[in-house]
Write a protein that binds this ligand. Structure first.
Ligand SMILES: NC(=O)c1ccc[n+]([C@@H]2O[C@H](COP(=O)([O-])OP(=O)(O)OC[C@H]3O[C@@H](n4cnc5c(N)ncnc54)[C@H](OP(=O)(O)O)[C@@H]3O)[C@@H](O)[C@H]2O)c1
Length: 245
């Protein structure tokens, strides 16, 4: 379902991790629909017209550094009367580790990017939001299940669903909606990690359609989630039917 919304320069998308993969495809979609796009990551988003706020979401003084840069960018972007904002929490880090041998420092750092940074950004962005705005979290199939050797990532993606549900309750009365989009295997640098097409084949074999998602397909689902208030509080899985073993 592709929703055709009117082009509106007063609508603003704030997207983390738009320098690569799903975030980049999402930024492209919002730009094409006429939205202003503010992108937050360490590397810039390469799309013309995007306003980059370069930031390391793992920085220890995140609240102070990010808050100031983003606040200033939002003040400029929100110069017009309307403030319809789609905040997309997409940036994340992935780690292979075991629940039996967790390194606490690694876990904390990963949680900061995958969970805590989203909460910090909510505090900055929500005051700018008018009714009709949205907060979309990007979770994972690992938001509801676990596979071996992905402990920190799995913990963080379960927490993302908890943060989305808490956000939903704490936004009551504002007519701002929130969802968590949970992709399965997506062909991005995070999953590829240098793999050839041949080495990617086993991931396809784990889905009922024998295929992995393209970032553009997930971007379309994020777009729909961000523009469909009826989905408020929903966890939306997109994985072509992952085969259970
Ligand atoms: N690919 C999959 O199979 C898959 C499956 C399920 C869920 N997901 C989720 O989809 C989302 C997007 O991932 P992707 O697959 O598109 O991966 P990706 O291509 O590796 O993109 C990850 C993005 O996160 C940003 N990021 C990472 N660490 C950051 C930091 N410290 N500060 C700021 N930005 C940071 C990166 O930007 P910089 O490096 O420029 O900072 C990059 O733009 C993630 O939430 C991921 O967990 C992916």
């Amino acid at each position: 379902l592709a929703l055709e919304l009117p082009v509106s320069a007063s609508a603003i998308a704030v997207i983390t991790g738009a320098s690569s993969g799903i975030g980049l495809a999402t930024a492209e979609l919002f730009l094409a629909a006429g939205w202003q796009v503010l992108a937050l990551s360490r590397r810039p988003c390469s799309l013309a017209g995007v306003h980059n706020v370069l930031v390391d979401l793992q920085a220890p003084d995140l609240a102070a550094t990010v808050a100031q840069g983003l606040f200033e960018a939002l003040e400029k972007a929100c110069a017009g009367p309307a403030r319809k904002i789609a905040l997309v929490h997409n940036a994340a880090q992935f780690l292979n580790d075991s629940a039996l041998e967790l390194n606490p420092q690694d876990l904390l750092q990963l949680l900061q990017v995958n969970v805590v940074a989203s909460a910090v950004l909510n505090k900055v962005v929500v005051p700018f939001m008018d009714a009709g705005s949205s907060i979309t979290y990007v979770g994972s199939t690992l938001s509801e299940k676990a596979v071996a050797n992905t402990a920190s990532y799995c913990i963080s993606k379960h927490a993302v669903v908890g943060l989305m549900r808490a956000t939903c309750q704490d936004l009551l009365g504002r007519r701002i909606h929130t969802t968590c989009v949970c992709p399965g295997f997506v062909d991005t640098p995070m999953l590829r990690a240098g793999r050839t097409d041949e080495a990617m084949a086993p991931f396809s074999a784990l889905t009922a359609y024998q295929k992995i998602l393209q970032p553009e397909e997930v971007a379309q689902i994020i777009w729909n989630a961000a523009n469909t208030p009826a989905l408020n509080g929903a966890v939306v899985h997109a994985n072509y039917g992952q085969i259970e073993h």
